[in-house]
Write a protein that binds this ligand. Structure first.
Ligand SMILES: NC(=O)c1ccc[n+]([C@@H]2O[C@H](COP(=O)([O-])OP(=O)(O)OC[C@H]3O[C@@H](n4cnc5c(N)ncnc54)[C@H](O)[C@@H]3O)[C@@H](O)[C@H]2O)c1
Length: 382
């Protein structure tokens, strides 16, 4: 089997999630390509040797510029903060490497567009992927299949929220609260996921944002390792309304100050023949209400999306009904990346830079709508 040498840029939260994914993927999935954990790159050089040893990376390095040009590397996996997605992605594509990048595609629309354009330019040599990992929860991939097969008929509504509670005034000024690094706050972090999920589930594009509100509740935060405070200049919550090309209407809400919601990534889709809903806090379950069922017994059905013979990704894992968790979404995505690079079909559609750029345009339209207090057509956001 051919090896694909991976270079991972970043070694903290997503660094661990991706190291685990590349390390696990060929153990659980039968695939035409093997992920080789070649080199990990990070700023904190003192931690890199231990990290590399613990997660099975052959080498470590502090300079991503040299690594993305290294002849040995086949795929560059970018898990650095949002302001450091575009530059390494462009350099890696220029060097002919495949690139997998964390979401949001970039901190700004200009950077995201440059990435989309570079991916297009190098498309003959290199493929791109964006880690919208929630698509690869079996329950979400199942929902996508059901909607694509016409199970819900015409789609009327999408109601999505991604709510967390960790971003109150006691949380220090991490990079996620600094606009120059993160681009935005809850919006790029959380709305990015649910906008992607809605586009993925419906197989349709948002054409207009009708109105939006963006709010920063906490404007000063303690600088980590200091007693001083600095400016927290990203949104803590963003809500907006939108409509899809095929006529469905949608609401999106992201917040990091919604106490009681720890990682509540939830979506509901209502169509003429029924409804589906998913919540990540109960991630193995897809709820289905069949509008064509007899009235006396109709209502929400709780589907455990854990049947190997019927549900996406599950047969690679454990016997049926042995539930999956957060990390499995990343392993499932790594499996699909390896399949696509070997010329096979992914188990569920994979987002590339162009796809993630469309999500980024929606995010931009929502911010513009909030700023201008007006509706924004996506055609206005290039
Ligand atoms: N898919 C998801 O669900 C999900 C979840 C969390 C984060 N993310 C995304 O992943 C990315 C990283 O987030 P995180 O939570 O892992 O952040 P983090 O702060 O935990 O880790 C960032 C890493 O980047 C490294 N880094 C920063 N600047 C660098 C430089 N100049 N050279 C080399 N390394 C550098 C840091 O050393 C660190 O290892 C972000 O884009 C974020 O939006 C996605």
């Amino acid at each position: 089997m051919t090896n694909l040498a991976i270079a991972l840029l970043g070694q903290k939260f997503m660094g661990r999630a991706h190291s685990n994914a590349w390390g696990q993927v060929n153990k659980f999935f039968d695939l035409p390509l093997k992920a080789a954990l070649d080199v990990v790159v990070g700023r904190d050089v003192s931690e890199l040797a231990a990290f590399a040893k613990r997660w099975g990376w052959q080498r470590f390095a502090a300079d991503w510029r040299a690594v993305v040009r290294d002849d040995a590397v086949g795929l560059v996996d970018i898990v650095t903060p949002n302001d450091l997605h575009a530059e390494p992605a462009l350099a890696a594509l220029e060097a002919g490497k495949h690139v997998a990048c964390e979401k949001p595609l970039a901190g700004t629309l200009d950077q995201a567009r440059a990435m989309r354009d570079a991916a297009k330019k190098h498309a003959k040599k290199a493929k791109t992927f964006v880690w919208f990992n929630y698509r690869r929860c079996p329950a979400v991939a199942l929902a996508q299949r059901l909607i694509a097969s016409g199970k819900l008929g015409r789609i009327y509504h999408v109601r999505a929220h991604y709510l967390q509670e960790w971003g109150g005034p006691d949380t220090p000024l991490l990079w996620r609260f600094q606009k120059k690094i993160a681009g935005s706050g809850a919006h790029g972090d959380l709305n990015a996921h649910i906008v992607d999920m809605a586009r993925f589930l419906l197989g349709d594009e948002i054409v207009e944002v009708h109105g939006a509100v963006a709010r920063t509740f906490v404007t000063e935060r303690v600088i980590p390792g200091s007693t001083k405070t600095g400016k927290s200049d990203v949104d803590d919550a963003v809500l907006f309304l939108a409509s899809f090309k095929n006529g469905a209407v949608a609401s999106f809400e992201a917040s990091r100050v919604a106490f009681g919601h720890q990682n509540d990534n939830s979506i509901e889709v209502n169509g003429e023949k029924g409804s589906l809903r998913f919540s990540f806090e109960d991630m193995n379950v897809l709820q289905y209400a069949d509008a064509t069922a007899p009235r006396a017994t109709s209502g929400w059905t709780r589907i455990m999306a854990t049947e190997g013979a019927h549900h996406p990704y599950v047969k690679a894992w454990w016997p049926s009904a042995h539930v999956l968790g957060y990390e499995h979404g990343f392993v499932n995505m790594a499996a699909d990346i390896l399949r696509v690079l070997a010329g096979q079909e992914p188990e569920a559609p994979l987002p590339d830079f162009d796809d993630a750029y469309q999500t980024q345009r929606v995010l931009e339209a929502a911010l513009l709508s909030a700023k201008e207090r007006t509706a924004i057509k996506l055609a206005q956001v290039k």
